[in-house]
Ligand binder design. Structure first.
Ligand code: AMP
Ligand code: GLY
Length: 426
């Protein structure tokens, strides 16, 4: 069997999970990650590579005979890294810059939905405050106000009152979300339960991956400010087989077909953020990457060879690629540094990682760590993803929190109620 050298781009828990799973492939050769973190260094060689410099990435790939580049975060894709690599003859998992507009511009995605009859919240696009406010007054509250561009997972105000919505328009046009707010999208408020749905696609074939549910608020009981995600579990009970079939037929398939028909074939992983309303699934947003921390629970459950799947998505052979899942649920608890999602405290030492990882069924993925002289230090907002599988959600959760309790890191915190929705259903 010929092996393949792989370069993963990114430094978070998502990339640790991807590297952990890729490292298990019988076909993996040398595994590199740029820039990586202290946990990733256990399964891959970390490289200090300026990912924004496409020529440097191409030169690295040539020097190290890289057969596949896997791009974790979306910014490099929006910046055209996949295009540059493919133009240089290097296989890259991730969409072109044109296809990544699905995440780079909310207005682009809303217009695509309108053209292809994809269910999503009713909306208006505005380049000045007066017109946006007229529309908001005509629609009434609750209503959702968004900056059009990439705003690092922020950029959205769910306004429960008219005053909040009008203030959000001034805030965004006033530069509150930076350049992302040059245009504003105003949306109908959707009521329901949120779920994350992932598919792999080679531009034609679509392979549904598992479903997951994230916990966006920082505090127990879904309170406090929004974060990148404080925990996740898979599968999401709200995504029944029938709901998955509807999400595929009504949302994902028309998107993939529409992008191909419009000359921007989408390849890679497509992450649909859905609201499951009383009238069925509606698209909230797309991301052109794996969710973080959803990826961690997906990788925990994936029974197939990840390397084979990613290569098939690049080579247009996904229709022949089998994908199998461990039926056991998986769950991840995010440990964040005190201060997150504001200013996280950096540089505090984390002990007890080996003891935590020794709990049955547990893997501790690193999201923001550095190592020095054999010690591990926090180096970000979200720092660790304590991930477990179990025969039931309850068992996975017990295992994950048992591992959390073995960590010795007084400056870290986590939510204690991950998967409450799934457990409330039982
Ligand atoms: P987004 O960045 O578009 O994912 O939005 C962030 C969060 O805002 C989502 O996860 C939802 O909780 C909420 N949200 C976004 N759009 C809507 C909508 N139209 N109706 C209700 N909630 C929304
Ligand atoms: N966990 C949400 C995201 O990756 O966008």
């Amino acid at each position: 069997m010929t092996t393949m050298n792989v370069l993963v781009i990114g430094s978070g828990g998502r990339e640790h999970a991807l590297c952990w799973k890729l490292a298990q492939s019988p076909r993996i050769g040398a595994l590199h990650c740029a820039p990586g973190n202290a946990g990733i260094a256990q399964v891959a060689t970390c490289q200090a590579l300026a990912v924004g410099n496409h020529d440097d990435v191409i030169a690295f790939c040539r020097d190290h005979a890289i057969a596949l580049v896997v791009v974790g975060p979306e910014q490099p894709l929006v910046d055209g890294l996949a295009d540059a690599l493919r133009a240089a003859g290097i296989r890259c998992f991730g969409p072109s810059a044109a296809a990544a507009q699905l995440v780079g511009s909310k207005g682009f995605t809303k217009d695509l939905c309108a053209r292809h009859d994809i269910p999503t919240a009713a909306y208006g696009r505005f380049s000045n405050a007066a017109a946006a406010k007229d529309y908001i007054r005509a629609q009434g509250a609750p209503i959702v106000v968004k900056a059009d561009g990439l705003a690092a997972g922020k950029g959205v105000v769910v306004a429960m009152t008219l005053d909040e919505a009008l203030a959000a328009v001034d805030m965004i046009f006033g530069g509150g979300f930076g350049a992302a707010g040059a245009e504003v999208v105003v949306e109908e408020f959707l009521d329901g339960e949120e779920a994350s749905f992932f598919v792999l696609t080679d531009g034609t074939a679509i392979v549904p991956l598992a479903t997951a549910q994230d916990h966006k608020r920082v505090g127990d009981g879904d309170t406090g400010p929004n974060t990148g995600g404080m925990g996740a579990y898979s599968p999401a009970p709200v995504m029944t087989e029938a709901m998955v079939a509807r999400a595929l037929a009504e949302i994902v398939e028309p998107t993939v077909r529409g992008m191909a028909a419009e000359g921007m074939p989408y390849t890679g992983v497509l992450y649909a953020g859905l609201m499951i309303t009383a009238r069925g699934p509606k698209l909230i947003e797309y991301n052109c990457r794996f969710g973080d921390p959803e990826c961690q629970v997906l990788m925990m459950r994936l029974a197939s060879d990840l390397l084979d799947l990613l290569v098939a998505a690049c080579d247009g052979t996904l229709a022949q690629a089998p994908v199998a899942w461990n039926p056991e649920p998986a769950l991840t608890v995010v440990m964040a540094a005190r201060g997150y999602p504001g200013e996280p405290l950096k540089g505090t030492e984390i002990r007890g990682l080996d003891a935590a990882g020794a709990v049955d069924g547990v893997v501790v993925f690193h999201a923001g760590t550095t190592a020095k002289d054999g010690r591990v230090y926090a180096n970000g907002g979200r720092v660790l993803n304590v991930t477990a599988h179990g025969a039931t959600v309850e068992e996975a959760r017990t295992r994950a929190y048992a591992a959390v309790d073995r960590l010795d890191w007084p400056d870290g915190f986590c939510r204690r109620d991950i998967a409450w929705r799934a457990l409330a259903r039982d």
